[in-house]
Write a protein that binds this ligand. Sequence first.
Ligand SMILES: Cc1cc2nc3c(=O)[nH]c(=O)nc-3n(C[C@H](O)[C@H](O)[C@H](O)COP(=O)(O)OP(=O)(O)OC[C@H]3O[C@@H](n4cnc5c(N)ncnc54)[C@H](O)[C@@H]3O)c2cc1C
Length: 541
Amino acid sequence: MASPDLTLDILCVGAGFAGLFELYHLRSLGYSVKVFEAGGDIGGVWWHNCYPGARVDSIVPVYEFSDEKLWKDWSWTEKYPDWKELRRYFQHVDEKLDLRKDILFNRRVVSAKWNAGKDMWLITSQDGFVVSARFFLLCVGNNSKIYIPNFPGINKFRGSCHHTARWPQGGIDLCGKRVAVIGTGASGVQVVQDVGPRASQLTVFQRTPNIAFPMRQRTIDEETSRKMKQELYSTVYRRCRQTLGGHAYDLYPKYSYDATEEERILFYEDLWNKTGGLQLVAASYLDIRLNQQANDELYYFWRKKVLERVQSPRLQEILAPEAPPHPVGAKRPSLEVSYFDTFNLPHVELVDLTQDPIVEFTENGILTADGHEREFDVIVLATGFDAMSGGITQIDIEGMDGISIADKWAKSVQTYLGMMTANFPNMFFIYGPGAPTALSNGPTCIEVQVEWINACIKDMMDSGVKRIVPLHEAEEQWQQIISQSMSTGLYDAPTSVFLGRNIPGKVSEPLLFVGGIPKYTEICREKMYNGYEGFSRTSLQ
Ligand SMILES: Cc1cc2nc3c(=O)[nH]c(=O)nc-3n(C[C@H](O)[C@H](O)[C@H](O)COP(=O)(O)OP(=O)(O)OC[C@H]3O[C@@H](n4cnc5c(N)ncnc54)[C@H](O)[C@@H]3O)c2cc1C
């Protein structure tokens, strides 16, 4: 076994919200901590996702750290900031907390092996640097392993071709270019509305229609920001801990059919016009993700609004088909400003991949099944991620019995409380599988998990416990809780990321805890207060 170049209490992988928050808090508890980050700077997804139009769909101020010393002299300029503003925010966080000195950039962790004799992890980065650490924290996020479908001939294409999350840091000038966008998930929607007006030709390849809601974007001036801090900030982060999705809003406390048809229509009109955003689902009726009929009603409300904006009857049916492609909210809804209007531009074309699949990439462009070869200068792969588990399984992690995490999770992605997995002691993951993760606002979920993990680590350090690992039975029970709660809701989308169905060969199973932030927090705390119920803890001899 290689001898370490560095010995630490804790190694964190990833410098996004989770890794930075961990670094700050663990360091202030007096532990030796470093962060290894594969990217070139802090910010996590906001360093990687610098594609045209990239921005959040959580409203400020909930998409930031809740610590007053970070928000009190930071002002956002938009309700939904873009990647550039988020990068400036992370620089601000760094200036306040002095984080950078403990982060090593361009350092990708490729393997980790548990040394049972020493109760330490031996972790190796791509450049051969070896760290020995007592705790191994995977802050790799749910969107760090990109997914590119196996398009035949993809390397033949002579133009420029990039995944949205590997967009060149210097950007690409798309003005007057012939552009293809493959994929119409959240990133695809953002690219299309941003690039459509300036490309000379834009072809969008759609597999699944996106039930995107209006963003209702607006700018925030200094005075509004000051008022928000005065009137909202002191309670908003506490409120986020009490809502299902970790946002500032929650489900409306009424069932759909407790309201009359007229009341329901007016309710949706209000959500549509006044707030827009994720609220169409997350602040909707209590049963919106439980009752198919109520869900269909929301779909047809949405469809009517989209049909009013799209001129061509053919495009109307592809973008907003008569039959719902999946229940509303079964995929995380995307937000749009001018996505649907973009298709009225004469140089914008939509290809329905269910009718005309891609046959191959050619030297000049893309050939579809109807024999049509379209030529492009730039191809944008908005094809998503091997989400939740992919960022973890792409690291060669070997636990107690010599089995790798990739092998263990190939059959089923089993976790306990969405933070640990059996046979991998002292290894925690944040915003990954088995937790509210993609069904919740990132920073809220991350702060809940970080607090739990740090309390656990502190308790072990203080009381001489050298090893914590979940029991197999506890893990199985957690998996049952996850499966049962997801099966009662309307989550059955054919290409659902929440079920791992967007990745060929990945087992289709519930990957998230759908019970919401308050319930999740309560269960995690209860296990801790009950003496780490469901875990095996071994003390120093
Ligand atoms: C375009 C986009 C928009 C989003 N918008 C929202 C939103 O509006 N609201 C919301 O709640 N969530 C959103 N998300 C989800 C987002 O993942 C979370 O909000 C949040 O960024 C998670 O933070 P994190 O620290 O857990 O992970 P990340 O931000 O993903 O950071 C993980 C870091 O780990 C690094 N890493 C991964 N593997 C390794 C390795 N092996 N070695 C070294 N480093 C590694 C990565 O380079 C990355 O920098 C969005 C995601 C994307 C891609």
